[in-house]
Design a protein around this ligand. Structure first.
Ligand code: NAD
Length: 489
């Protein structure tokens, strides 16, 4: 059966009647047909969200909080079903999808409570007869454009604060992972007033229609730099408020004092979680020259022991990649590096089985100029390079157009302090890579875009600032016309 859009609380077919197929990346089998949205469907959804905003924004924050807690309760009530569907359409192992679901539920709880607290602030006035304050107001309809690697989590990081702030949303999930989003709104958002949450499935043209719609003042986008640049160019003449979470090329530095055996395990997790398809995956590794070969050999041995397979199998460590285009990109990076003199110690091949699998590659003898050390690879590859000094390591980490995250394995507080002060990235992980915290703002610097999700920053991004200057006295002021007025006259 074809999955339809969710607009104004109703399942709605595509105006064009068109649909597209979604497959399981572990088997390549088509698992569903989904309605394909265009500008007409997006306009329908925006209209519903705009109508709903008129009521939703004036509900008390306490009422909205209770409704967001109910979304969370419903995610937990349907936890296993959602985890299974997410594994089938996205591919990563069940254990990782359970974590995504837990985070999704708690994000709604977190912003439900934060939404009760925040309305603005009182500021000092110029005169005794005056009262000045700052109000934080919702914008209206927020367009949420989401990628495929963490479809529900990255949606929750936008949707929960946007709703808690009093906005309504139109969601455009990735064309590769629309199913869990549709199931989530069907199972978990039915108690919200119609039109508060709307989903239009489809491709980039549907996303673009959302960006171009005049009644969508905010676009919250997570995805590639290339798409982020298109969105920024389209939105600029309309002065839209953009929240951009783009690509990364995170570095992993093994400090000179680090325990190498423990660093091996930390690196394998940081580089291969979700088959390396995490925006904060460690994609380039720096280790002291003296121990580089031993460390790279140990990483290769450890990675050889990890099990590739269908994410539904509890024994699986690494699932498939999302699709052939993404796998081809990783292969290109690995093959180019190999041709330029890098040694591939393990992996770097396609296993003979259905599904978009790729044997995780561990490379050494890479140089800083290679594509695999410069461009986002977004797949299971671990290129390892030596450094002569900690100064050089920091210079290499910063010599990147991206600035999302960076990890250091070390215990020496002097090195650690230098690292978190000198590295230009939105998140610095010391020893425990890729761990997020609800209150810790997540996002990047440089070409990664300046958006921040989670924490108070993640709520403020969906609130507009208004200053109110209120004078209780209606007497004409001495500084008004005419300038020659006599004092008290
Ligand atoms: P993508 O840019 O191809 O697509 C993201 C979303 O944008 C999809 O829903 C897609 O349909 C839509 N889209 C495509 N063209 C559009 C257009 N012209 N206008 C509006 N919307 C359009 O990215 P992807 O391949 O789905 O995701 C992988 C990328 O996301 C990687 O670069 C990764 O680093 C990045 N990412 C970043 C973060 C972060 O927080 N910084 C988190 C996860 C993923």
């Amino acid at each position: 059966m074809e999955r339809q859009f969710y607009i104004d609380g109703t399942w709605t077919p595509a105006a064009s009647g068109e649909s597209f197929a979604v497959d399981n990346p572990a088997t390549e089998a088509v698992i569903a047909q989904v309605a394909r949205g265009d500008a007409v469907d997006v306009a329908h959804a925006v209209d519903a969200a705009k109508q709903a905003f008129a009521g939703w924004r004036w509900l008390s924050a306490n009422t909205r909080a209770e409704m967001l807690h109910e979304v969370s309760r419903q995610v937990r009530a349907h936890f296993d079903e959602l985890v299974r569907l997410l594994t089938e359409e996205e591919g990563k192992p069940v254990a990782e999808n359970e974590e995504e679901m837990e985070w999704t539920a708690t994000t709604f709880d977190y912003y439900a409570e934060m939404g009760r607290n925040l309305r603005g602030r009182v500021i000092p006035s110029n005169e005794r007869s005056q009262f000045n304050f700052v109000i934080k107001e919702p914008y209206g309809v927020v367009g949420c454009i989401v990628p495929w690697n963490f479809p529900l989590l990255l949606l929750a990081w936008k949707m929960a604060p946007a709703l808690a702030a009093g906005n309504t949303v139109v969601i455009k999930p990735s064309e590769m992972t629309p199913l869990t989003t549709l199931r989530f709104v069907g199972l978990c958002c039915g108690h919200l007033p119609p039109g508060v949450v709307n989903v239009v499935t489809g491709f980039g043209d549907a996303g673009q229609a959302l960006v171009e719609h005049p009644d969508v003042p905010v676009i919250a986008f997570t995805g590639s730099v290339a798409t982020g640049q298109k969105i920024a160019a389209l939105a600029a003449p309309m002065m839209k408020h953009l929240h951009l979470e783009l690509g990364g090329k995170d570095a992993f530095v093994v400090g000179p004092d680090a325990d190498l055996d423990k660093a091996v395990e930390a690196l394998a997790y940081a580089a291969l979680l979700n088959a390396g398809q995490v925006c904060t995956s460690s994609e380039r590794v720096y280790v002291a020259n003296a121990v580089r070969d031993r460390f790279a050999g140990d990483v290769a041995d450890f990675v050889r022991g990890l099990k590739l397979g269908d994410g539904l199998d509890r024994e699986t460590d690494i699932g498939p990649m999302i699709g052939p285009v993404y796998r081809t990109k990783v292969m290109r990076h690995v093959d180019q590096a190999r041709e330029a003199g890098a040694r591939v110690l393990t992996g770097g091949t396609i296993p003979s089985r259905p599904g978009y699998f790729y044997e995780p590659a561990v490379l050494v003898d890479v140089t800083h100029q290679m594509t695999i050390m410069q461009e986002e690879t977004f797949g299971p590859a671990i290129p390892i390079m030596g450094y002569a000094s900690f100064d050089e390591a920091i210079r290499l980490v910063n010599d990147s157009r991206y600035g999302l995250g960076a990890t250091l394995r070390a215990n020496d507080p002097k090195l650690i302090k230098r690292f978190f002060e000198e590295v230009k990235a939105g998140t610095i992980w010391i020893n425990d890579p890729l761990t997020d915290t609800y209150a810790g703002p997540f996002g990047g610097m440089k070409m990664t875009g300046g958006g921040r999700e989670l924490g108070e920053e993640g709520l403020l991004t969906f609130l507009e600032t208004k200053h109110v200057h209120w004078d209780f006295s209606d007497e004409p002021k001495g500084w008004w016309y005419p300038y020659g007025r006599e004092e008290g006259g």
